[in-house]
Ligand binder design. Structure first.
Ligand code: ADP
Ligand code: MG
Ligand code: MG
Length: 208
């Protein structure tokens, strides 16, 4: 995938998140404070603007612009966490002018480890990690099987979706949802939903 395609793909991801604001708000209202949709939509409106405006020489620049913009404009704990998802994966990488399935797997593996280190959440804690970790495993497994970018991104989206569905089964260990105890069971996590939306749009964009 060329840099311009990568940029266009993440502009499509930004549109997807912006369109999903109401859905994310509703989910966060049930076991959180209801600000997740607004925060994500605001962050990704700025991402779209910055991706369109800034000079991009390398694939890594795209991730950096997204991460820094989310960090600067989303605010709050989740701004830092979603910033980490995009920034931490590209630290100390040699710049690439094209990006393949293996690069996505490497970048998101690094981000996942940074996210887990920063947020201290593991799978089963009812957070975005529940969708992100299986998506990263699916990317890695697809690389090992020498699958195409289309297949690999579709596998990642499917894995993120089932990870998101799994959050319904758990009690929360973080954020306000923690205080809901057993009442959180049956309800889906907002951040995991955002991670799924991101991987689903990547897959949809690649598989047109
Ligand atoms: P806030 O919780 O500050 O209102 P948001 O509503 O934007 O922020 O985001 C909430 C989401 O952040 C949760 O649904 C969860 O997925 C994610 N989250 C919260 N705490 C953590 C953590 N420690 N590690 C990973 N993800 C987390
Ligand atoms: Mg919230
Ligand atoms: Mg909040």
């Amino acid at each position: 995938m060329k840099i311009n395609e990568l940029k266009d793909m993440f502009i499509a991801v930004a549109d997807k998140i912006i369109q999903s604001e109401d859905m994310l708000t509703k989910i966060d209202l049930q076991i959180g404070d209801g600000d997740h949709g607004t925060g994500m939509a605001l962050g990704f409106k700025n991402v779209k603007k910055e991706l369109e405006r800034r000079k991009i020489d390398y694939a890594e620049d795209v991730f950096k612009i997204i991460g820094m913009t989310l960090l600067d404009t989303m605010g709050g704990a989740s701004g830092v966490l979603f910033g980490t998802v995009f920034i931490s994966g590209i630290t100390s990488r040699t710049p690439h002018t094209e990006i393949e399935l293996q690069d996505f797997a490497e970048i998101f593996r690094k981000s996942l480890e940074a996210l887990k280190k920063r947020g201290k959440a593991k799978c089963g804690d009812k957070t975005m990690v529940d969708a992100f970790e299986p998506a990263v495993f699916a990317l890695e497994e697809s690389v090992e099987k020498k699958l195409s970018l289309k297949e690999g991104t579709a596998n990642a989206a499917a894995a993120a979706e089932s990870g998101m569905e799994n959050t319904k089964k758990y009690r929360a260990k973080f954020g306000r949802a923690k205080y809901f105890g057993d009442n959180a069971i049956g309800l889906q996590d907002a951040g995991a939903t955002s991670i799924w939306l991101i991987f689903q749009e990547i897959a949809d964009w690649v598989n047109v």
